[in-house]
Design a protein. Structure first.
Length: 256
């Protein structure tokens, strides 16, 4: 008799060990003495399943794999009394998600908050939503490149003098780090040691008084609200299939 395990996700470049517990199948006082594994890919050549046994557990290691799609792995364990038991795993194999740029960390975190997007909310085919890379892809669709835009100084009165340290960007939600460049009047980049940038809130703060000198920025800003609306639409299209409706004499239930 075969036991079927629920779907498991694994990327093509991942080497993953799957643990199978045969405790419920073992005869009283019996043990697992050996096991063998067979890989059944959706296409192409099968991979090698490396098996190890410890107590009631069988460990099946597979990967890396060459094709995406649903793969199956059959693990047949032999018990000390000669009986056999089979467990079949269904693996959803996907291409690894592109890593997000470090300069997008603050924007991605804010987008997760606006959209209640977890790291593994649901699956579509072999893809798991929402990775940082997927959120970045949505943000990049709502990107506006800015070149040599003037930033405005804020005067501050301190100790009887007016100083200028804080400058305001033309908008909030800029990409940070090396993706944001501050330029002087002649278009030369300003050394990052001379200021601190707060691109998500739209500020640059200089370490010393600039006297109100003109500065500019080049970078990319993001329409965060539009990206959030885009993600909510995608989530709604997925969860629309998971309905629960009750009326006086009817019930429709497709909850997942």
């Amino acid at each position: 008799m075969a036991t079927y395990r629920g779907e498991i996700s694994q990327s093509v470049d991942e080497i993953r060990t799957h643990t199978i517990d045969y405790t419920l199948d073992l005869p009283t006082g019996g043990t697992v003495v050996s096991a063998e594994g067979t890989h059944i890919p959706p296409s192409g050549a099968a991979g090698t399943v490396t098996i190890s046994v410890s107590g009631p557990y069988v460990y099946a290691t597979l990967g890396p794999l060459s094709v995406i799609g649903q793969h199956h792995v059959s693990i047949i364990a032999t018990f000390s009394d000669g009986q056999k038991s089979e467990v079949r795993l269904a693996l959803n194999v996907f291409y690894p998600a592109a890593a997000a740029r470090e300069t997008m960390a603050d924007l991605i975190a804010e987008l997760r908050t606006l959209t209640d997007a977890g790291g593994s909310d649901y699956h579509v085919g072999a893809a798991t939503y929402w990775t940082d890379g997927q959120l970045q892809d949505v943000l990049d669709k709502h990107r506006v490149d800015v070149f040599n835009a003037e930033i405005l100084p804020q005067d501050e009165y301190r100790g009887g003098s007016t100083i200028y340290k804080t400058y305001y960007l033309p908008d909030k939600n800029f990409e940070g780090g090396a993706a944001l460049t501050v330029l002087d009047l002649e278009g030369n980049p300003v050394g990052t040691a001379l200021y601190s940038a707060y691109p998500s809130r739209g500020q640059v703060v200089f370490a010393a008084n600039t006297g109100g000198s003109a500065y500019y920025i080049s970078g990319a800003r993001y329409e965060l609200e539009a990206a959030a609306a885009d993600i909510w639409r995608r989530k709604a299209s997925h969860y629309a299939q998971a309905y629960n409706i009750s009326t006086d004499n009817q019930r429709l239930d497709r909850g997942r």
